[in-house]
Write a protein that binds this ligand. Sequence first.
Ligand SMILES: Cc1ncc(C[n+]2csc(CCOP(=O)(O)OP(=O)(O)O)c2C)c(N)n1
Ligand code: SF4
Length: 278
Amino acid sequence: MVDMKGTQLIHEYLRHNKKFPHVFCAGCGHGIVLGSLIRSIHGLGLSKDEVCVVAGIGCSGRLAAYVDFNTVHTTHGRALTFATGIKMAKPNMHVIVVMGDGDSMAIGGNHLIHAARRNIGVTALILNNNIYGMTGGQCSPTTPAGSFSMTTPLGQMEQSFDCVELCSAAKANYVARGTVFHVKKLDKMIMDGISNPGFGVVEILTPCHTQYGRKNKYRTPVDMYKMLKKDVIDIDRYEKLSEADKAKKVPSGVFVQKDDSGLEEKFYQMAAKCQGGA
Ligand SMILES: Cc1ncc(C[n+]2csc(CCOP(=O)(O)OP(=O)(O)O)c2C)c(N)n1
Ligand code: SF4
């Protein structure tokens, strides 16, 4: 593996002449996820041809356009369906799906729970910024109760989904939550999610100051990173808190890690059996 660090490494994996400048607002966390994804793939020693990045639609979905792997920029909410087909046809390919919270848990929510139930061997990176960023800041299934958005000008009245609980209950093999502030930990979670068999989910808390932060209590994008630093804590520390203190914090870390075979492995074993093999 070539020994490169930082910007030099990231540039090695970008499609320079095609897709830049990027669309992200100043302070957006999505670019940090892009760097983390690249470092993770490089760290695992995977060649570009062994990786397929599948994205839905949204600011998050733009990631697929920037990286020099096999990529598919699909339709809103349907990235997991394309990814499932790719993984079934090419079981040795590392298929990584990039979705926003709206993409994955609103229009694509049904696909998310069934991908977890099926335990298809793809890794889903869910970029949770609590809002529909690309389309102007409508509320999403993760917009916290009481917070303000374009479509909840008086405060969100609905409960929000907890992505980790949702995917754990739906039986995903690997479920983790990280943030774009804690990047070293995030790199490790993405690497582990890719290495683990079956369906892996890494929920990534990432700020959208443009559409969420400035309508709420965050005056600048920096305030949103400070919030991630202060409020998102390791599961071990979180578990020791009183119920009242837990309500003010968000737990981060690996919540589920199993090594059950992915659907594609079971399928090819069954196919070999039907053909009279082992
Ligand atoms: C079928 C369909 N419905 C709606 C849209 C409009 N649309 C584009 S992106 C988006 C939401 C994006 O929010 P999210 O998935 O959270 O990603 P973000 O932009 O915040 O990264 C919507 C509703 C669309 N492109 N296609
Ligand atoms: S609108 Fe939000 S999610 Fe989209 S690029 Fe800007 S900060 Fe990022």
